[in-house]
Ligand binder design. Structure first.
Ligand code: SF4
Length: 294
């Protein structure tokens, strides 16, 4: 059986940067270090950071002193202002692409437009973006929304182009004056396209990533839209030998918050399961496996 790993599988630029900043803070900051929510949607990385003294906290009011890392999704400006007022050290790991979207939202708001954000209402990036977009702003998640006649439109960075265009078409029927910022992240587009291409030439897709990672779930969804059987796993432990019966080629994709080491372990385990080799044997073979036949 052949195994092919999507070239873009694993950390994107923004996540890599945030994780590096968090590990650096663990090494160099004397006092307590917190992240507002898990730094990435990956339990293994979050647990490793916790072991090194970087704790994820849901409620910013619980942080009394020390340093706070703002994760790649960014944070609502009100929360940021309150952290600053309380004299906490801020380590800003907001992805520069997300910062750009926040600036665009503020610019559209300042033009006096109703800002419409295409994305998932409860996603932390969208919650933060809405803070910059102002009180009149709206979030559009695949369901139709009524918009005013003068609007500004942007999106969550991980939205698919199809969803963004679909939303724009529906706004075009209602609004007379529309200013559009395309804030979809290139890394997301490339990853989604590569994953769909890989799904098309595979018999089975394994999508690796945290269950609460929106971009990982989206990859699995896209694989299914091209009609391929798809399994989502967080770790290699979840793989089942029965999934691979009759499969000649398996594609492996991973979300932006999945470490390369997790992808490698998944590939090793697939190879071990499908060749009947023991874990130790398959580890010994290790090495590169971007495309490999057995
Ligand atoms: S997906 Fe794009 S916008 Fe989001 S963190 Fe990664 S690089 Fe930044």
């Amino acid at each position: 059986m052949r195994i092919e790993v999507a070239r873009s599988a694993g950390f994107c630029f923004g996540v890599k940067r945030a994780v590096q900043l968090a590990f650096e803070a663990a090494r160099t900051t004397g006092g307590p270090v917190y992240t507002l929510g898990p730094i990435i949607h990956n339990p293994e990385v979050v647990a490793e950071l916790a072991r090194r003294g970087v704790r994820a906290v849901g409620d910013p009011r619980r942080i009394k002193n020390g340093a706070v890392i703002i994760r790649s999704h960014g944070v609502h400006p009100r929360v940021l202002a309150s952290l600053q007022r309380r004299g906490l050290a801020i380590i800003d790991a907001t992805c520069p692409f997300v910062t750009k979207a926040q600036r665009a939202a503020a610019a559209l708001r300042d033009e006096g437009r109703q800002v419409v954000i295409v994305g998932e209402p409860h996603h932390p990036e969208v919650v933060a973006l809405k803070g910059y977009a102002g009180r009149n702003s709206l979030i559009c998640d695949r369901r139709p929304v009524r918009v005013k006649s003068r609007i500004g439109v942007l999106s969550q960075t991980t939205v698919s182009q199809e969803d963004f265009i679909g939303a724009l078409l529906s706004f075009g029927r209602q609004a007379a004056d529309i200013h559009i910022f395309n804030t979809i992240c290139n890394a997301t587009q490339i990853r989604q396209q590569e994953t769909m291409d890989l799904a098309q030439r595979s018999d089975l897709m394994i999508v690796v990533g945290g269950r609460n990672s929106a971009n990982t779930s989206r990859l699995a969804e896209l694989c299914r839209t091209v009609g391929k059987p798809t399994r989502s796993v967080e770790t290699e432990q979840e793989l089942r030998p029965a999934w691979f019966a009759g499969v000649r080629k398996v594609g492996v994709a991973a979300g932006a918050s999945t470490p390369a080491s997790t992808v490698e372990r998944v590939v090793r385990r697939i190879r071990g399961l499908t060749t009947g080799k023991t874990k130790a044997e398959s580890r010994k073979r290790g090495g590169k496996h971007s495309v490999r036949g057995n």
